[in-house]
Every structure is written in C-alpha cells, then in structure tokens.
Design a protein around this ligand. Structure first.
Ligand code: BGC
Length: 368
C-alpha cells in the first residue's frame, strides 16, 4: 500500500529529527502567557501518552499513526495510538481507557470536537494535559493546547488557488464554479470554508464568479463524514441539475484531496472537461493527478512536522516547561481561547511541486 510505504519512509525521517530535540523557536513570554497550569511539575519520562485519532478519512491520519508510535517510543514514552473508525462513542471509550491507563497527556484528533466534554473533564480531573490535534475541541474548558496547521490560512490559500487556476484557464470571467466543504462535525470544515470565502465572496459579489447551482452557504456545501462518495453524489446532482447543455463548469472549491478526486471522477463520468479543482493534504494520488494536469492544487501540511511538533509539546510538558505557543487569539472554542501552536500550510500546484516536496522521500520523486 502506497500510503504505508510513505508512512514508513517518513517515520525514519522523524526518528532522525527527534534525536536532536532542541528547538530553535521557543515561545516568547508574551505569546505563551495563557496562565495555563498544565505544565506545572512535569511527569516521569516513561509515562503513557494517549493519542486518540478519528476515522482514516484522509492519508494524513494514516501517516500520523506510525509517526506517533515511532516518535513517542524513541522519545522514551509509552505511546497508545487509537483510531475510532466506529464513530464518536468508540472515541469516547478510547479516551476513557487512556485515562484509566494513567496517560499523562492525551492528544485528540476529534471526530466531533463538541462530543467529548465528559471524557475531557475526566482527563483533566485525572491530572492529564489535553492537546487538541489538527481539529479543535469545542465547548469545553478542558483542553489545554491546540496544535494544527493554520486552518483559516488553508482556506484562504484554496480560495486564491481557485482564482489563479481560473485565470490561467481563461483570461477573463465570468467563471462558473461550485463550492464544497468538509464534514460539519469537524470544526476545521467551517474554518477552511470561511477562509476560502473571504477570498471568493468579493468575486462572487462582483460577478466574476457565478455559483450556478446557487448553493453558496456552508450548510449547502458540506460533505458528511468527509466521505468521497457523498461529494461524488453531490457533484453528480449538481452537474445534472445546473450544467446541462453547453453550460461549462470552470472551477470547484474542494476542501481536501479525497473529495477533489471524487469530484473529478464525477465530472469525468458526466463527460465534461475537468474544471480547476483545489485540494488539501498532498495525498499521493492527488500529487500524481496534479502532475498529470488534472487536479489543480493541494496544500502541503507535512504530517511529519505536525507530529514532531506535537511530540515536542509532550516533551516540554514532561519536563514541566511550557510548550511552544504561537497564537493566543484565534481559536475560541466557545468556552475559552485555546493557546495554539499553528504551523504554516503551503499551497502546491504543478508549478512548485518539485520545490515543495524536495524533502519528501515519497512525494518528491513523483514530481520529477
Ligand atoms: C484535516 C484535513 C483532512 C480532513 C479529512 C481535517 O480535519 O485538517 O487535513 O483532509 O480532516 O480527514
């Protein structure tokens, strides 16, 4: 399996990175000042660390599994990495089990960030530190930190890539487009969509972009469960309803690669030319599609880096130090503003793929 090969390759790279765990950009005092007591005291260096991941809805989650296992082990911890393919109640049970096993830090990539309140409270009551990973944990005071690529920026980059791709296709609008969003139970989905709409909305308002179906709201654009088949079905319906005859579809905002490929499959099946389609995650099949001139863009959110930074947070906590925090204003979860370590996402098109993946042992060779 390709993704596994990628996971093994990147695991080796992470192992190397972790041996020199010294970090250059430590938090400045004013950036880290959340008043959190999470770091107080530290904990034994061989403690259990729980990693609760959602379903494997995209390659990044699959990659994270091995990276966490290997990275936590080489840092001396007892890692416990779980996926909740069965859904929210399975994830709730897994977090509860991590608490019972005495995990000192619980890192959560939530299926539904609003449904874990009871378990997160139990985690905090047990003395564990809770880190929201990739997806924010919402409506709870019981989350200490958030680590993710800057999700709003991801959306802005996707919106801008759509505009750039359309301009490359034909010099002037109006352009016919459709909008897709991720799963509404994932807090990221709305943030991605809002970031993209900040760029696209003015162009919709001035008539440069035309959403032919009229489906412009987040609620209309969502893709339940981030499932490819749901995006494909919706694209089939949109094509049949709004793109009959000579009406061309010029572009599609897709929130990630899995859905981008489903959208392209639908368009191909309808016998239409492939529009400009955005993506996210740098999945192997999408990078190949970009190099073949089909999908237009993706986002590089290197999972190696995200896991490495998460483990660096765990190491800081173990030593009783404050972890690196880069943002103390953006992620209000409804109860508190969660101090965040936000990493920079990178837009990737065919034009910069070789450069963007130069250090990626799996994706790099695909761009040659
Ligand atoms: C992640 C994306 C991913 C999506 C579906 C989001 O929360 O940030 O990278 O494509 O989940 O798995």
């Amino acid at each position: 399996m390709r993704s596994l090969t990628k996971a093994v390759a990147v695991t080796a790279a992470l192992g190397l990175a972790l041996t020199g765990c010294g970090r250059s950009e430590e938090a400045t005092p004013e950036a880290s000042g959340s008043g959190s007591t999470a770091a107080a005291g530290g904990f034994p260096a061989d403690s259990a660390i729980g990693i609760a991941l959602p379903q494997k809805t995209s390659e990044n989650w699959v990659l994270a599994e091995n990276l966490f296992n290997e990275g936590l082990t080489s840092a001396g911890f007892k890692g416990d990495v779980q996926f909740a393919n069965g859904g929210v109640s399975e994830q709730q049970n897994q977090i509860q089990a991590m608490i019972t096993k005495g995990a000192k830090v619980i890192v959560v990539g939530a299926i539904d960030g609003a449904q874990l309140g009871t378990q997160l409270k139990a985690a905090k009551d047990s003395g564990a530190t809770v880190i929201a990973y990739d997806r924010l944990l919402t409506n709870t005071a019981d989350v200490d930190y958030y680590i993710a690529y800057d999700n709003f920026k991801v959306g802005q980059l996707q919106g801008q890539a759509l505009l750039d791709g359309l301009a490359m296709k034909k010099p002037a609008g109006p352009y016919n487009i459709e909008l897709f969003a991720g799963s509404p139970d994932d807090n990221n989905a709305k943030v991605f969509f809002d970031g993209a709409m900040e760029v696209l909305k003015p162009k919709i308002d001035d008539g440069t972009l035309k959403v032919v179906s009229g489906q412009q709201s987040f609620e209309q654009a969502v893709t339940q469960g981030w499932k490819a088949e749901n995006a494909q079905k919706r694209m089939d319906t949109l094509l049949a309803g709004s793109y009959t005859g000579s009406t061309a579809l010029d572009g599609v905002l897709s929130p990630n690669d899995t859905l981008a490929r489903a959208i392209i499959t639908s368009v191909k099946a309808a016998g239409k030319p492939i529009p400009v389609v955005t993506g996210q995650d740098s999945e192997v099949e999408s990078v190949k599609s970009i190099m073949a001139g089909e999908q237009f863009s993706t986002i590089n959110k290197d999972t190696r880096k995200l896991v490495e930074e998460t483990i660096a947070m765990v190491v800081a906590l173990q030593k009783g130090e404050e972890p690196t925090i880069t943002d103390t204003t953006s992620y209000d979860n409804g109860v508190k503003v969660v101090p965040a370590n936000l990493l920079e996402p990178v837009i990737v098109t065919k034009a910069n793929a070789a450069e963007a993946y130069a250090n990626d042992p799996v994706l790099g060779p695909l761009t040659k």
